[in-house]
Design a binder for this molecule. Structure first.
Ligand code: ADP
Length: 601
């Protein structure tokens, strides 16, 4: 039962972990993550970035994308005048444009402080800005985000991307952050990267992902407004300015995010949010996979233990508490900036609670039914015994009356006295047997622990049954007789062996042979009693250890019996750490073997 219970719980663990890797588990984890992310906004602080966006209105105003570079040059000059901390341009400048506009843009870029230009990874390597633009930049940064492969929602960006061997780029936002902080070099270790005094947890093994903490609203100025403004663009002073296209028609990179609300977010805004995440310095780090597995294991073990040790409402209350903890844990950890998967531990807890609760429910039910059956059997036993007792009692009663009432001849009196004596003995034996059965089955009978030789026991029993055997002219034949020592209760063991021998004799016809053999190999004693008697079929064999069961043939044989003996034998053998094996054929005979742990003499 223990094994079944815990293997069912083991299966819960496997199912929960396996399903957590399916799209369903991933989708639930993502949803919970998005919800927690919205619930835990980044620490409130003045934003350190601002957006200069090319929106639809700006495109219309400047006359379309063809005039973008010229217009950008004008706007960037105004941005530079506002003295920003850094400027990140999320617009690819890889191809030649109108020469006049390119020249103007180059001029404007030269005057832009701490400029980061975007580069793009293509299958053939990095696509970089034209040399004339590249030379104006303090750094190049990649402009990629990393949408989730299952739902295409952008929750993180790779801080580093590698095209070909060793040709790697930091993210646009990271380079802008470095420049804004006046740091010359990004230091890295396998677990994190360091920009000045800021340590960013981003494992190299996973491409250094940065989970974004989206900020509610960033200051934004459209290109059109920037060009039209008469006053200096104070929004950009001291800020890191992210410049990019947000126009519905022209922006190619727009992604859903956890805060999207149905509207995808343009790439430039995602980069600005990455920058804000870096600048505010509270990073989300992922709990290791082993922690998730450990949590699942703990959930399953706890559920298993709760329903194993408790029952009724305390068990259900504890189970509900466990579920509450499993659901709340990711939220608690998230508030401490640890991203912990929701699905696997919660599913493990649910499954384990459901399985262990129903398991216990049914087992308790089964136990109840069993005790009811046992109660019924007990009543039946009482009825049986009282009925059986009536026969010797009537005999005793009648005989004693005879003796008292009449003056009987001496030999008749002796005969009646003998009968009274044997009947009362039978009565005593019946009572003793009945009490023994009850004590044994309730575990009240104290087992002695002594060492005794098996041959001695067999010898005593054979001697005791010899007169009965003689009466039926049955030969008891001793075959191989290996000596071995048993440890336990000698008296009970004698009872067991004696019972097998009397049965063999009782259920055999006259002039047959009962064979007894004892073999001892590798610490196991096999004590065999074989007869040539009435035998049993397979169906009967299955029931002979049930209390009060007797086969039809046994009843018909006219031999007295109670159907209790073998059930006691079975318990005695079990108490000695052994078992009993039976083979039999109707009309051919039976073979009872006691298999017991023993030691050499
Ligand atoms: P009892 O012999 O008092 O009826 P037991 O518990 O010793 O009770 O045996 C249960 C039943 O198993 C017997 O009634 C008989 O039907 C069957 N049985 C036991 N031993 C033998 C045997 N050696 N050969 C045939 N039947 C047997």
């Amino acid at each position: 039962m223990i094994l079944g219970y815990w293997s069912a719980l083991g299966a819960c663990l496997l199912v929960a972990v396996a399903v957590s890797f399916t799209p369903l588990g991933g989708a639930i984890d993502n949803n919970v993550y998005d919800w927690l992310l919205r619930l835990n906004p980044p620490p409130a602080a003045a934003s350190q970035s601002a957006l200069l966006v090319v929106d639809d209105a700006s495109l219309t105003a400047i006359g379309g994308l063809r005039h973008l570079r010229g217009a950008l040059a004008g706007a960037l000059e105004r941005v530079a005048a506002a003295r920003p901390a850094a400027v990140a341009l999320d617009i690819m400048l890889a191809d030649e444009g109108d020469p006049d506009q390119d020249a103007r843009l180059e001029q404007a870029l030269r005057r832009t402080p701490n400029l980061v230009l975007a580069c793009d990874m293509t299958p053939s390597g990095w696509q970089e800005p034209l040399a004339r633009f590249r030379h104006t930049a303090a750094a190049l940064g990649h402009a990629h985000s990393r949408p989730d492969s299952t739902d295409m929602v952008t929750r993180q960006i790779p801080l580093m991307k590698v095209a070909g061997p060793f040709d790697r780029r930091w993210a646009l936002s990271l380079e802008a952050f470095r420049l804004a902080r006046g740091v010359a070099q990004i230091a890295e270790s396998p677990e994190d990267i360091q920009v000045g005094s800021v340590t960013i947890p981003a494992r190299a093994s996973q491409g250094r992902p940065l989970r974004l903490r989206f900020v509610p609203a960033l200051a934004r100025v459209s290109l059109k407004d920037a060009l039209a403004a008469t006053a200096p663009l104070a929004q950009f002073t001291g800020k890191t300015v992210f410049v990019g296209i947000t126009s519905q028609t022209a922006a190619q990179d727009r992604w859903m995010t956890p805060v999207s609300n149905g509207l995808p977010m343009p790439g430039v805004e995602i980069h600005a949010n990455a920058f804000e995440t870096l600048a505010r310095g509270r990073f989300l780090s992922e709990a290791p996979a082993t922690a998730m597995l450990a949590a699942c294991l703990v959930a399953v073990l706890a559920a298993g233990a709760v329903f194993w040790f408790l029952s009724g409402w305390p068990a259900y209350a504890a189970g509900a508490g466990l579920l509450a903890v499993a659901h709340a844990a990711p939220a608690l950890l998230f508030s401490r900036d640890i991203v912990f998967p929701f699905f696997a531990p919660a599913a493990a807890a649910w499954l384990a609670v459901a399985v262990s609760a129903s398991y216990q429910h049914f087992v308790v039910r089964r136990l109840l039914r069993k005790t009811e059956i046992e109660k019924g059997r007990y009543q039946q036993a009482i009825r049986f015994v009282t009925h059986e007792m009536r026969t010797p009692l009537t005999a005793i009663q009648g005989s004693s009356e005879l003796m008292g009432r009449y003056n009987l001849p001496e030999d008749k009196r002796k005969q009646i006295a003998g009968m009274i004596n044997s009947e009362s003995r039978r009565l005593a034996r019946m009572i003793q047997t009945f009490l023994d059965v009850e004590k044994l089955s309730e575990g009240q009978m104290e087992l002695k622990r002594e060492r005794f030789g098996v041959l001695d026991v067999v010898g005593v029993c054979i001697e005791r049954v010899a007169p009965v055997a003689e009466r039926k002219r049955i030969t008891i034949h001793r075959e191989e007789m290996a000596e071995a020592s048993l440890t336990g209760d000698r008296e009970l063991m004698e009872y067991a062996v004696y019972n097998l021998l009397t049965n063999a004799i009782k259920y055999s016809s006259a002039e047959t042979t009962v064979r007894v053999a004892a073999t001892f190999h590798g610490g196991t004693l096999r004590l065999r009693v074989t007869d040539q008697g009435i035998g049993m079929d397979d169906k009967e064999l299955k029931r002979i250890f049930t209390k009060f069961y007797r086969t039809k043939k046994a009843e018909a044989s006219g031999e007295a019996g109670t159907g209790i003996g073998l059930s006691i034998v079975e318990q005695i053998v079990a108490h000695h750490g052994g078992r009993i094996e039976v083979t039999s054929q109707p009309g051919q005979g039976s073979c009872f073997t006691l298999v017991l742990p023993a030691s050499a003499q």
